[in-house]
Design a protein around this ligand. Structure first.
Ligand code: HPA
Ligand code: ZN
Length: 326
């Protein structure tokens, strides 16, 4: 009867979440105050009012500015724990979270401060909420290959606690090919690979992510639908797409949610999942990303069951843990 209640109660995994994108305005003020960082905003309302985006770059400019308040290990731990608390309330039992080390190391925050803080938050979430989680290191694609290699080097002491590398930030003009060598190096170190592709970029970028980065998942992938041969390839390889409905709406990838492709993806046999991307900026956590589609595209209980199943089969959990969740 109550589909929103059913969604909340159904165990789910989240596979596309930028931890810096879970920084709520209230917390931004709190961290700015305790770290004595100057915020250009005067109030929480003023911050929220600035969250009007017409494309990815509009958001990224504000997202990188917001992250400047994060300085200490405690900040990263508190940020992560606040995310896990909200995700837990939405029925998320497992989360694979992205972080952008370059956003922090480039302003003098050591890699270890970021990683230790996030890992502490992950441990607390397991203890307090019984949630499992994994960490995915994202390279910023607007920066160069050397910077990505330097970041992989920074990560070396942590490679046993990092599951995968990813690729995010400004997509158009920064194709996956730019990072083929650093992804190969990450693969040689035993890391899994994911990449944002086909959010604003063309289907060719999705092909490149598959061919040149050997990815295990595609983040977003919306524009793959423009290329029937690509769709066929994604279906045949059981490739997981981490789709983010409220992000798509807010960044005008899908300005009208009635045109959102999620149901079409499922009908085509694509392994689509529902995720929140940057929940503090796009208006909601995982639960809200499911419920936002109920009315616009007629998401059903069966769709929700498929999506939740896909979130586990598409995860990097070991097979026995996946089986327990299905
Ligand atoms: N796309 C690209 N980069 C990002 C995103 C996104 O949706 N969120 C945070 N960094
Ligand atoms: Zn993203």
């Amino acid at each position: 009867a109550d589909l929103a209640g059913f969604i909340r109660g159904l165990p789910k995994a989240e596979l596309h979440l930028h931890i810096e994108g879970s920084l709520e305005p209230e917390q931004m003020f709190e961290f700015a105050r305790r770290n004595r960082v100057d915020l250009s905003y005067k109030s929480v309302e003023e911050i929220r009012a600035a969250y009007e985006f017409s494309r990815l770059q509009d958001f990224l400019d504000i997202y990188y500015a917001g992250a400047q308040v994060l300085l200490t290990e405690a900040d990263f731990r508190d940020l992560a724990l606040a995310y896990f608390r909200r995700a837990h309330a939405d029925g998320v039992v497992h989360a694979e979270i992205f972080f952008d080390p370059q956003t922090h190391t480039d302003r003098g925050v050591p890699f270890a401060t970021v990683a230790d803080g996030l890992l502490a938050g992950m441990a607390a979430a397991e203890r307090d909420f019984g949630m499992t989680s994994k960490l995915i290191l994202c390279f910023l694609r607007h920066l160069d290959e050397d910077a990505a290699f330097a970041t992989l080097k920074d990560a070396e002491p942590y490679l046993d606690r990092i599951e995968a590398v990813g690729l995010d930030s400004s997509e158009v003009g920064h194709p996956p090919s730019k990072f083929a060598r650093v992804f190969a190096a990450a693969a040689a170190q035993g890391l899994k690979r994911v990449a944002h592709a086909g959010e604003e970029g063309p289907p060719a970028y999705v092909h490149e992510a598959l061919d040149l980065l050997q990815v295990d998942r595609i983040d977003h992938g919306n524009r793959a639908l423009e290329d029937p041969a690509l769709v066929e390839r994604l279906v045949a390889s059981n490739m997981t797409l981490t789709v983010c409905p409220l992000s798509n709406h807010k960044l005008c990838v899908t300005p009208d949610l009635r045109a959102h492709p999620l149901k079409r993806m499922l009908a085509l046999g694509l392994r689509a999942t529902v995720n929140s991307d940057d929940p503090a900026y796009f208006g909601g956590y995982v639960g809200a990303n499911y419920t936002a589609l109920i009315e616009p595209i007629g998401l059903t209980r069966d769709d929700v069951l498929t999506l939740a199943r896909n979130s586990f089969t598409g995860s990097f959990l070991p097979q026995d843990a996946i089986d327990k969740h299905l």
